[in-house]
Design a protein around this ligand. Structure first.
Ligand SMILES: *Cc1c(COP(=O)(O)O)cnc(C)c1O
Length: 651
């Protein structure tokens, strides 16, 4: 009698719906209110949140491809950027009303978070009604901010290392009707500010950055706090105030600044810092500085995994909790001392820019799933028959307890070792050994299926967990992780990743995503999982001739600016989409990705000379008779075409 095949004994899978996918990938938590899944199984974008209007992301990508915008494609929803800005201001307005705070909120956007011109322009434009400003952390960013920020009431916070030219630029920019605040971050900067002010006969607005004892935890925490590069220690801060007083510049000291790190996961950390900074502010007014502004820096976090916990990929507070704590704590510091509450400034980058961009890429192929179990032959070696019996046992109607699975796996490993020994000694043929190997993989697949059917929270031996992982596939993505999501590689940051379509179908495979670069780190191999992370993502089997599109979400902050030219993959195409009436949209800007020629030029190669050398080489091959003229022409056409194309694979 033939042993039962695994398929015959596994219970038929329960029906699957788009809602199951939404829960599996967590999109209704981290995506709220911008991303959901339709009944058809497509990802839907609501760029204005609850205020109405939705776009089917799959249809959008199809239409963009029709306009010759090939994948990978960065789609920026400028409405989301505007909505984030509105939410931030609404949260502070509510907090100010609730706590009867007798001051205002006036934020700035840190340019380093996303330096793309259209993005900064959009923020300045949308933020005009609140006099929303910019923060620069370098001379280049100061240039961007000076040229784009034309609102005379908006703040321009100048952070980072400052040489004499940076300081003079900031002082002179006041004459252009800008409001730069030069923040002293290093003890020696005060001397340069005093010298520049004396020479120009004008002073800038001056800020002072404190190095707080309270420090953030998590992956960004080590760059701040007492050991940080930036900010003045308390003794330096006091000495700086005295130096300003002696130079007659104390009247220009207007702002206290701190920044305890990006992605603050735990609000308790922020509260400590706020209390310390609030007291410092009060003390600075007592020392005679007019002050007026308290800048709480960045750090407002993003809930990447939707878990609302203090884990690294999440935050245990909402935007409103954050605003409430800032407002309430500063009020509690100022009121007892009769100090006028300052205008509150924040430099939130991540919280404003993360949601608005979606990176869409296609899957080019996947590693082959294991072959089906071969039919039993009449004459089989005992070892092969033993493996068949083991497989039959592991394929029984489950779920089988983990001990039974471990036992079965131990048997399978033993028989496979026997097969290897028999092969070495010449007692087993190559086809028979292949059969033994295949049956062993089938055992491990059967174990993975049994494990998947176990109730959540079952104790599973480590070895079986690894076995489950080994059953996974590799999906090959038309993408450079280094270029488009550098933080996943540099600091193990997690972003939500999921297919954009087929979500009404159960994802029956587990896999990781490998990118186009030749680097073994060029992959997405950790995924969000409600307060934890997981090594494998649920994916669908590829269908021949059908595209499989994946979206990486919440990557609008920091991912576009650090991208390097790893393996010479350049920037991707990018489009800016605006919702218009009647379920339609408009394309506000198209930013073409780097072509191969541009990327080569960035490395000091000359594309024309390069082509010329290859033309000479092909002429030589023609005269040797190694290359037909027709083929030489084809080769040169490919080379010239490649130089004009983006660095990614074309369909
Ligand atoms: C990076 C940085 C920010 C932005 O931090 P987010 O976490 O993106 O809000 C703000 N201020 C300073 C000084 C920074 O270095």
């Amino acid at each position: 009698m033939a042993p039962p095949t695994p398929a015959a004994t596994t219970a038929p899978p329960a029906p699957w719906s788009a809602a199951d996918s939404a829960a599996l990938y967590g999109i209704d938590r981290w995506g709220d209110p911008y991303f959901t899944v339709s009944e058809r199984g497509h990802v839907i974008v609501q760029p204005k949140g609850e205020r109405g209007g939705a776009l089917d992301l799959v249809e959008l990508v199809e239409e963009l491809q029709g306009r010759n915008l090939s994948l990978p494609l960065l789609i920026r929803f400028d409405d989301i950027l505007e909505d984030r800005l509105e939410r931030l201001h609404a949260a502070f307005e509510r907090a100010i009303a609730q706590y009867g705070y007798r001051g205002r909120y006036q934020g700035v956007f840190p340019v380093k978070c996303n330096q793309q011109r259209h993005v900064v322009e959009q923020l300045v434009e949308s933020g005009r009604r609140w006099h929303f400003g910019l923060e620069a952390g370098s001379k280049a960013e100061l240039l961007i901010a000076l040229s784009l920020l034309d609102d005379p009431e908006a703040l321009l916070i100048c952070n980072g290392y400052k040489d004499r030219r940076y300081i003079e630029t900031a002082i002179l920019a006041r004459r252009l009707g800008r409001q730069p605040v030069v923040v002293i971050e290093q003890a020696d900067e005060v001397e340069r500010i005093i010298a520049a002010s004396a020479e120009l006969g004008a002073a800038p607005f001056i800020g002072i950055r404190a190095k707080l004892a309270s420090r953030s935890t998590g992956r960004w925490g080590s760059s701040v706090g007492e050991g940080a590069k930036f900010g003045l220690t308390i003794p330096d801060l006091v000495a700086t105030v005295e130096a300003l007083r002696n130079a007659g510049l104390l009247a220009d000291l207007r702002l206290l600044h701190f920044h305890i790190g990006s992605q603050i996961n735990d609000i308790a950390v922020l509260k400590d810092a706020l209390q310390e900074a609030g007291q410092l502010y009060v003390e600075l007014t007592r020392l005679g500085a007019p002050m007026g502004f308290l800048d709480v820096g960045g750090g407002l976090g993003v809930d990447y995994d939707g878990s609302r916990t203090a884990s690294a990929a999440s935050t245990n507070y909402s935007l409103q909790n954050y605003a409430n704590d800032v407002v309430a704590t500063v009020r509690e510091c100022c009121d007892p001392h009769g100090v006028t509450p300052p205008t509150l400034v924040s430099e939130s980058g991540r919280a404003i820019a993360s949601h608005f961009s979606v990176l869409v890429f296609d899957v080019l192929g996947a590693s082959r799933p294991p072959l089906a179990v071969p039919e039993a032959l009449a004459e089989e070696p005992l070892i092969v028959r033993n493996l068949r019996d083991t497989l039959a046992g592991l394929s029984e109607q489950g779920p089988l307890p983990p001990e039974r699975l471990q036992e079965g796996w131990n048997d399978a490993l033993k028989f496979r070792a026997d097969a290897l020994a028999a092969f070495r000694l010449g007692y087993m043929s190559l086809p028979e050994r292949a059969m033994a190997e295949q049956l062993t993989s089938a055992c491990s697949a059967a174990i993975a299926r049994q494990l998947a059917a176990l109730p959540a929270g079952s104790a599973i031996p480590e070895e079986l967990l690894r076995l489950q992982a080994s059953q996974s596939g590799t999906y090959y993505a038309n993408l450079s992780v280094f270029r488009s999501a550098p933080d996943t590689w540099a600091i193990d940051q997690l972003f939500p990743v999921l297919p954009l379509h087929r979500l009404e179908q159960r994802p029956t495979r587990l896999g990781t995503l490998a990118d186009l670069t030749c680097d073994s780190d060029g992959k997405l191999a950790r995924f969000i999982d409600r307060g934890h992370s997981k090594a494998l993502l649920e994916l669908h089997p590829l269908e021949p001739g059908q595209p499989y599109w994946i979206g990486l979400f919440l990557g609008g902050a920091y991912q576009e600016v650090m991208g390097n030219l790893h393996n010479l993959f350049g920037s991707t195409n990018a489009v800016h989409i605006r919702l218009s009436g009647g379920g339609r949209y408009s394309i506000d800007h198209v930013v073409r990705g780097d072509t191969n020629a541009e990327v080569l030029q960035a490395m000091e190669h000359d594309p024309v000379a390069l082509l010329e050398r290859l033309r000479v080489a092909s002429e030589a091959a023609i005269s040797r008779g190694d290359l037909a003229i027709r083929d030489a022409r084809r080769l040169m056409d490919h080379l010239e075409g490649s130089l004009r194309q983006t660095t990614y694979l074309q369909p």
